[in-house]
Design a protein around this ligand. Structure first.
Ligand code: VAH
Length: 316
């Protein structure tokens, strides 16, 4: 049985739907700190529990009640929102992960929790960033992500807890919106292209970041979770990426389908400084070698699918 925390977020929403299809409705328990408007479908379609990951007892109770053997921990405050409330970010991102790892130490369950390209900082080699390299992030979100990688490695080495994770780049999806990150421009641009025909980017021209379409991100989670552990040299924090682009590249790709689409810039200094501290492109060869990582979508095929699915979703 799989417990997904943060199940109403951008990744969680799609992951729960996929896992329920892949492993069976009854084998996936969705959980969130609170119910969210618009999540009724997901909440009613299967088992749902209110779990605040900062409450260790709630985690232990739900693990016991549903005989959980794997927790996929997606509960986190993202980079931009995190800079507005660093204390809450530490409490949820690190406090929550620590509580989950402690339950795992006591019960023997497995733990998958993602890291992020945010675990790197301005002193990290920015192009083709290596799997093992300098990590001095400059956001609280990034500090919790690099700390989370180390804590998961520790629980594996010290207690044998089966911990696994990937460093996600910016994720693009049409089901659920992202929750306050820096890469969110790459999602909003598609919504605005359909609804307004124009988009004002808060990230500057020429700012490269790694990105990935959500179907590939879901595949990465399932593939790594199902991987043969004897083949894993790394456990947590595999670099995974599918593409690297800057705002003008998305704009040009959208214009192939919506010729009149226009974009201008109104750069947000906070999110721009976060973006500038992150890598431009990742070396994901370790994930390819150790568990067969192989993304399917690039900017062109993602754009075709995003526009097609959003036109339906937005009734255009
Ligand atoms: C954010 N979407 O922008 C998240 C992610 C790498 C980016 O961590 O904070």
């Amino acid at each position: 049985k799989i417990l997904v925390t943060g199940a109403l977020g951008q990744i969680g929403t799609e992951l729960v739907m996929y896992l329920r299809k892949h492993y069976g409705e009854d084998n996936v328990i969705a959980s969130s700190r609170s119910r969210k408007a618009g999540a009724e479908k997901l909440i009613e379609s299967g088992k749902f529990e209110l779990v605040d990951v900062t409450n260790a007892q709630q985690i232990a109770d739900v693990v016991k009640k549903h005989n959980v053997d794997t927790v996929i921990n997606l509960a986190a405050v993202l980079s931009a929102v995190g800079e507005k409330n660093p204390t809450l970010t530490w409490e949820i991102n690190m406090g929550g992960l620590f509580n989950i790892l402690e339950v795992a130490r006591e019960t023997g369950i497995s733990v998958f929790t993602p890291s992020s390209i945010a675990a790197f900082g301005p002193s990290t080699p920015a192009d083709n960033t290596p799997q093992d390299t300098i990590q001095r992030p400059t956001t609280m979100y990034g500090v919790t992500k690099v700390s989370g990688e180390l804590l998961c490695d520790y629980y594996f080495q010290k207690y044998g807890v089966d911990t696994r994770g990937v460093r996600f780049p910016g994720l693009i999806s049409y089901e659920a919106l992202p929750g306050g990150g820096t890469t969110d421009y790459a999602v909003h641009i598609y919504y605005d292209a359909i609804e307004k025909g124009k988009y004002t980017s808060f990230i500057a021209e020429g700012t490269y970041m790694d990105m990935m379409y959500m179907p590939d991100a879901i595949d990465a989670i399932v593939q790594l979770a199902e991987a043969d552990p004897s083949k894993l040299v790394h456990r947590n924090a595999f670099n995974v990426s599918a593409m690297s682009f800057a705002p003008e590249h998305v704009c040009a790709e959208i214009q192939k389908h919506i010729p009149n689409f226009v974009m201008d810039y109104d750069v947000d200094p906070i999110r721009q400084s976060i973006a500038d501290s992150w890598p431009n492109s990742l070396d994901d060869s370790a994930a390819r070698e150790e568990w067969g990582w192989n993304p399917k979508y690039n900017l062109s095929s993602m754009t075709v699918d995003m526009l097609e699915k959003l036109k339906i979703k937005l009734g255009k």
